[in-house]
Design a binder for this molecule. Structure first.
Ligand code: ADP
Length: 421
C-alpha cells in the first residue's frame, strides 16, 4: 500500500496535476482508494456508471474498444506510465455511463478518485482549479463542444450490412466501427456505392443491420433482431429537401416540435427566428417554399432539423446540385448553426473540399464492402471562414483526402469492370 507521501508524489508526477492547488491534491490524496486487479480483470466495463477516475500506480491497462477501432478514438489505446490518468473522459463529457472499458493486461494497481467530488472541489478552488479542469477537459473531451452537448454519442460497432435482392447478396458494409463524439462534426467520404448511405440509413433507423450494432448514448438503436425505428433524436436532412410546399416557412419550422408536443409554439418560434436571423433569412418566414431559392430551402431545412432539438443531425449529400456560390453561402450557414447548436453532425458527401472545410474529422471509406480506410483529423480552428480554403494546412489535408479517395475510386472502377465482364 502506498503511504500518503507516496500517493502525493504519484499525483504530482502527473503533468496535469503537478501544479494543482495544494488543497485539492491533499483532499484527493487522502480520499483516493488503492485497488489491485489481476491480469484480464476490468477496472470498468462499457455501460458501467462513471463515478471515478484513476491514476496508474503500476501495471498496464488497455481499452479494448479503442484497440479494435484503431485511430478513431482520441483516447490512448493503453495506459502504462505510472501517474497516468484515465477514466476521465466520460466524467467531463457528463456521460452517465462508460463508453469504453479498461482491462488490465497485467497485474495492475491504481488509485481511484471520486470524479464528481474532484470536479466540485476543483471548481471551488479558484482560477487554478478552473484551469486544471479546463486542461483536463480539453484533453479528455477531445472536443470542447462535446462537453456542452453532453449527448449525441454515436457508436458503430463492427457494423455489417448485406442486401439480398433476389438471392444475389451484396455485402454493402463489412465490420465497420466508428465513434462519433458528442458535438463532433464528422464527415464520411468515399466512392459511389461504398456504403455511405447504408450507414446513414442504419443510424437513422430506416434500415436494419446484418451484424454488429449501433448505439446512441450507450443505448442500442440498431442491431440484428431488433426493428430499428427513426426517432426525433436523429433527424435526416436529405438531398432533395422535404419542406411542405403548402405551408409557410414559419409553419414548416415550428410544426414538428408542436405536433410532437415537445415545445409550445412560442418557444419553437423563438428558436426558429434566432436561427433564421443568424443565417440572414430573418424576413422570409411568411413566404412559401416555392418563393425562395433552393439554397435558402436548404438552410431552412437545416434549421427545421435543429428546431426539433435532436441529438444527432444526419446529412446525406445535402448540397449536391447547388451552384458553387450558393454552396458557399450554405456552408457558412451550416457552420454558423453548428457553432450555435453544439449538435453531433454526420455529413455524407462526395465533395472533399466541403468535407474538410466543415468537419472535425473526415473518414474515408474503402470501396465496397465499405469500411473505414483512413481517418483525417481536421485540426483547423473554428469559426471557419472562406480564407481557410487557401491555407497551406487546408490544402495539405485536401491532398491527403484526394489521394485516399482516388485509390479507392480506382479499385471501385476496376471491380465494376470485373462485374460487367
Ligand atoms: P453510397 O451511399 O456510398 O453511394 P450505398 O450505401 O447507397 O452507397 O450502397 C452500397 C452498396 O449497396 C451499393 O453497391 C448498392 O448498390 C447496394 N445497395 C444499396 N441499397 C440496396 C438495396 N436496397 N438493395 C440492394 N443493394 C443495395
Amino acid at each position: 500500500m502506498l503511504d500518503l507521501d507516496e500517493r502525493l508524489a504519484l499525483f504530482r508526477s502527473n503533468p496535469f496535476l503537478k501544479d494543482a492547488p495544494a488543497g485539492l491534491l491533499s483532499e484527493a490524496t487522502a480520499t483516493a482508494t488503492e485497488l489491485t486487479f489481476d491480469r484480464g480483470e476490468f477496472i470498468y466495463a462499457k455501460n458501467d456508471t462513471a463515478e471515478d477516475f484513476y491514476l496508474l500506480i503500476d501495471g498496464r491497462i488497455g481499452h479494448p474498444e479503442v484497440q479494435a477501432a484503431e485511430s478513431q478514438y482520441s483516447i490512448a489505446r493503453e495506459v502504462a506510465t505510472p501517474g497516468q490518468l484515465f477514466g476521465f473522459a466520460a466524467l467531463v463529457q457528463g456521460m452517465p455511463r462508460r463508453v469504453i472499458s479498461a482491462r488490465c493486461e497485467i497485474r495492475t494497481r491504481v488509485l481511484a478518485v471520486n470524479g464528481h467530488a474532484f470536479q466540485a472541489l476543483a471548481r471551488s478552488a479558484g482560477r487554478a482549479g478552473h484551469e486544471l479542469l479546463q486542461a483536463l477537459t480539453r484533453t479528455f473531451a477531445a472536443h470542447e463542444r462535446g462537453v456542452a452537448a453532453r449527448s449525441g454519442w454515436v457508436s458503430l460497432r463492427n457494423v455489417g450490412k448485406v442486401y439480398d435482392p433476389l438471392g444475389k447478396s451484396v455485402v454493402a458494409v463489412d465490420d465497420c466501427s466508428i465513434e462519433i463524439r458528442p458535438g463532433e462534426f464528422c464527415a464520411i467520404v468515399g466512392p459511389s456505392g461504398c456504403g455511405k448511405s447504408t450507414l446513414l440509413n442504419a443510424i437513422a433507423g430506416f434500415d436494419s443491420l446484418t451484424s454488429g450494432g449501433i448505439e446512441l448514448d450507450g443505448e442500442w438503436i440498431n442491431r440484428p433482431g431488433m426493428s430499428p425505428r427513426p426517432g426525433p433524436d436523429r433527424i435526416v436532412v436529405f438531398q432533395n429537401g422535404a419542406l411542405f410546399p403548402w405551408a409557410t416557412i414559419r409553419e414548416n419550422l415550428v410544426r414538428g416540435p408542436i405536433v410532437q408536443r415537445r415545445m409550445n409554439e412560442k418557444t419553437a418560434l423563438e428558436k426558429a427566428r434566432e436561427m433564421l436571423t443568424r443565417v440572414g433569412l430573418a424576413d422570409i418566414e411568411d413566404l412559401y417554399p416555392g418563393a425562395i431559392s433552393s439554397g435558402m430551402c436548404r438552410r431552412v431545412e437545416i434549421i427545421r432539423a435543429l428546431v426539433n432539438d435532436p441529438k444527432v443531425i444526419l446529412l446525406d449529400e445535402p448540397f449536391r446540385g447547388l451552384d458553387a456560390l450558393t454552396k458557399t453561402v450554405t456552408h457558412n450557414a451550416l457552420l454558423e448553426l453548428y457553432d450555435l447548436s453544439a449538435k453531433t453532425v454526420l455529413f455524407i458527401t462526395h465533395d472533399l473540399e466541403e468535407a474538410i472545410f466543415l468537419a472535425d474529422r473526415v473518414l474515408v471509406m474503402t470501396t465496397r464492402p465499405g469500411r473505414i480506410k483512413q481517418t483525417i483529423a481536421v485540426d483547423l480552428p473554428r469559426p471557419r471562414t472562406m480564407d481557410l480554403l487557401t491555407a497551406p494546412e487546408f490544402l495539405r489535408l485536401k491532398e491527403e483526402a484526394i489521394e485516399a479517395v482516388h485509390e479507392e475510386a480506382v479499385k471501385a472502377f476496376a471491380a465494376g469492370e470485373r462485374e460487367l465482364a
